[in-house]
Design a protein around this ligand. Structure first.
Ligand SMILES: [Zn+2]
Length: 392
């Protein structure tokens, strides 16, 4: 679809009803700080939004060192706090191992972890909470390295993962695997947090040195668990996107149509030029599995005709159609913003396509009653900015 002006929405209705219920992933009470959660919970999902900002800022600082891997094809995310990022080489070997697993599912309970998540784990450990018997000091966890995963059904995977350079490296921690061939970027998350803090608190700037210490800790404790107002930014372009709201189905029947309503904010310092598009990511130009006839092109669900100023919000309704599959299929699709030749921002849709779901509408069908479909919420990866790689 095309959006004629920043505040105008033109939907291709095609008889499909919008899904009224927004799926939720790790919904958090408003306006909490990271420190608020030292005594209230045992789930790092409370800082997942801040963590996504940190991961996206890391990607700005070190392009390619954190790439997303998706559910499906044998990979299952166990829990809502999984940040599915590892380095490119680690991902290659992980996908090869899963392919060699001949249909067995790999249940990932943890992958990348940011300094905000590690801070809470360490605080809980220090307080004797949550049954944590060991935790690394923030900035020092293997999970901050971009080359670690935890696998709950590890015993079925030890040999296959080892064949692909993923090894159990921590004695007494059998769920933990490292890909030691990949670069270790731990500390980059600390620097990313420091950059985000300074961007949002110019009157209270701290060193951007990647070192965990009392100055950084004092700011992390009071940082917003839901993320900063000014999000990740890939210098020098200043193009950035954050997601204010999203409404999409979590389960669809094959060939069912639904509306995905996006509220996107220009969180960068530069305007989005007229003609900025939402496009499929990785690889560029690939047709989307959700593509509808009403799209400007199979790889782009929407084009924004008017310039969007920094801080402005644009609402976009995108009609999607579920692929025609005969078995339950978990479909993950990543989209990026494209302005000229510059990519920025990312959002990922995770939808279960279920032949047993109601064919009428397809909105959340099968999810009632707390069945397994509830575990498959729509995942929004906020603000993962990517630089287009140069081929030279
Ligand atoms: Zn681990």
């Amino acid at each position: 679809m095309r959006v004629a002006a920043a505040a105008t929405v033109i939907a291709f209705a095609l008889g499909a009803a919008a899904c009224g219920e927004a799926p939720e992933l790790g919904t958090i009470a408003a306006a909490s700080t990271v420190g608020d959660h030292e005594t209230t919970t045992c789930a790092t999902a409370v800082v997942i939004e801040l963590s996504r900002q940190i991961a996206a800022e890391v990607d700005c600082m070190s392009p390619g060192q954190l790439v997303a891997f998706a559910e499906g094809g044998g990979i299952v995310f166990a829990g809502s706090a999984v940040l599915p990022y590892v380095s490119e080489t680690a991902r290659e070997d992980l996908l090869a191992a899963v392919a060699a697993g001949a249909g067995r599912s790999l249940e990932v309970t943890s992958a990348y972890r940011t300094v905000a998540q590690q801070y809470l784990l360490y605080a809980w450990f220090q307080r004797g909470r949550c049954g944590i018997t060991a935790a690394a000091v923030p900035g020092n966890s293997n999970h901050e390295s971009g080359r670690a995963i935890d696998v709950s059904n590890y015993s079925a995977w030890i040999a296959t993962l080892a064949d692909h350079a993923w090894d159990q490296t921590v004695p007494g921690d059998p769920v933990h695997f490292d890909h030691a061939m990949s670069p270790d970027i731990r500390g980059t998350d600390v620097a990313a947090f420091q950059r985000l803090w300074n961007r949002n608190n110019p009157g209270d700037a701290i060193a951007e040195d990647g070192q965990w210490g009392p100055q950084t800790e004092a700011r992390l404790v009071v940082a917003p668990a839901e993320g900063f107002a000014r999000g990740p930014m890939c210098a020098p372009g200043g193009l950035a996107m954050s997601i204010d709201a999203i409404d999409a189905p979590r389960v669809m029947a094959p060939r069912a149509r639904a509306t995905v309503s996006l509220t996107l904010r220009n969180s960068g310092s530069m305007p989005w030029p007229a003609g900025t598009a939402i496009v499929t990511a990785e690889p560029a130009g690939r047709a989307s599995g959700f593509a509808e006839l009403g799209w400007p092109a199979p790889d782009r669900p929407a084009v924004i005709d008017a310039e969007v100023a920094p801080g402005a919000v644009v609402a976009i309704d995108v009609e999607v159609v579920a692929p025609d599959v005969a078995v339950v299929t978990e479909l993950t699709e990543s989209f990026a913003m494209l302005a000229g030749s510059t990519r920025f921002g990312m959002l990922a849709l995770v939808v279960r396509v279920d032949p047993d779901a109601s064919a009428s509408g397809g909105c959340n069908a099968g999810a009632a009653g707390g069945g397994p479909a509830l575990a498959l919420a729509l995942v929004v990866v906020v603000n993962v900015s990517r630089r287009r790689r140069r081929r030279s």
